[in-house]
Design a protein around this ligand. Structure first.
Ligand code: ADP
Ligand code: MG
Length: 338
């Protein structure tokens, strides 16, 4: 059945089923002019929104509706992870052509609800509109964080170390596979799902924020260099990244080689890995790494340090240093030029 035949209200009724995972907070969910939730104590309210547009952020034939719903939520949860917070609820704005199959939209919501359930965030409401063509899904996430645990981009200090929660470049590897027509059940399924079903690092973000030792944090949506640049700007520092220390999976390296691409470029500029990049004082790093490894069974990686702002963004590779710009390298500042 098509959405146009089912009608908006019947569709919303379907969406409403199984939408609340943390009922104690909810006064009113889907079904009134606005959702109503109770606030907890002295916590700060977090909010963020991200939109995915067909043809721009996804291709309908390259992502399943389940993955689309999942990913639209995951990218928002990742934003809250980067603040040290937890999501409590979401709102979904959906623009779909009336000719869309009802089952397709239901699958989108299965993906949405999977992640909401995993993190006990309620599906609180949304909006449904019809468009001539192309699908747009916009998710607004609400969440909370204790004031002492709020982690902004702006707290990095000169001398701090820069760390990431996991390997980079796998999502870009997945994207390159998709562009070349690979699909799910082939050899590279782990890389494909890195791109199509990224995990928001909420537990990691909470853990780091709770230690009180993190000075700044960002999630890697646009690429490591771009996110580090944001931290550098907000904190008024420079950053030196150490190329050899950036974690990249062997499978990503070998795929890049096979495609005659640079795995380092994938790791630096690829984006959508949704790992967290953060800074921490040198004196706190050892203990932090140990505690993180015990809890998550995998290490944190030190990939650079904060320098004075005038040094800008620098990539150190072997004995050479080059200036980095958001979209790539700027080769004017290697030591040979000095
Ligand atoms: P209103 O006319 O007050 O905007 P709507 O008829 O648009 O109300 O929506 C009715 C209820 O359904 C509201 O609680 C709204 O939040 C919810 N809702 C509408 N569309 C969606 C959607 N795509 N996903 C989740 N909830 C939705
Ligand atoms: Mg409405």
């Amino acid at each position: 059945m098509k959405i146009a035949d089912l009608g908006e209200f019947a569709l919303i009724d379907k969406i409403k089923e199984n939408s609340i995972y943390s009922p104690k907070r909810v006064v009113q969910g889907i079904g009134d002019d606005a959702a109503v939730e109770k606030l907890e104590g002295e916590k700060y309210l977090l909010s963020a929104v991200d939109t995915m547009v067909e043809g721009v952020h996804f291709l309908r034939r390259k992502i399943t509706p389940w993955q689309l719903g999942y990913k639209a939520v995951a990218i928002n949860f990742s934003d809250l992870a980067a603040m040290g917070g937890v999501p409590t609820g979401i709102l979904v704005s959906l623009a779909v052509p009336g000719s869309t199959e009802v089952e397709y939209v239901e699958e989108i919501y299965r993906g949405i609800k999977f992640l909401c359930k995993e993190y006990q965030a309620n599906l609180l409401g949304g909006d449904t509109v019809s468009v001539k063509e192309g699908l747009v899904i916009s998710v607004t996430v609400l969440g909370q964080v204790a004031p002492a645990e709020l982690t902004l981009r702006s707290g990095a200090e000169v001398g701090d170390l820069v760390l990431v929660t996991g390997s980079l470049g796998a999502s870009k590897a997945g994207l390159e596979l998709i562009k070349r027509g690979y699909s799910k059940n082939e050899k590279y399924s782990a890389l494909l799902s890195q791109h199509l079903e990224p995990a928001p690092r909420l537990k990691e973000g909470r853990f780091l924020a709770k230690t009180g030792r993190i000075t700044s944090m960002n999630d890697i949506s646009d690429g490591l260099v771009s996110e580090v640049q944001e931290i550098a700007e907000a904190s008024q520092v420079g950053v030196e990244l150490w190329a050899e220390q950036i974690p990249v999976l062997d499978s990503v390296k070998s795929l890049a080689e096979q495609m005659e691409e640079s795995f380092l470029d994938w790791a630096l500029f690829g984006g959508e890995d949704f790992q967290l990049v953060f800074t921490c004082s040198k004196s706190a790093v050892k203990e932090l790494k140990q505690a993180f490894k015990e809890k998550f069974q995998h290490p944190l990686y030190t990939i650079g340090r904060a320098t004075s702002q005038s040094a800008g963004l620098v990539l150190q590779r072997g004995d050479t240093k080059e200036q980095l710009v958001a979209g790539g390298y700027d080769h004017f500042n290697s030591p040979a030029d000095k």
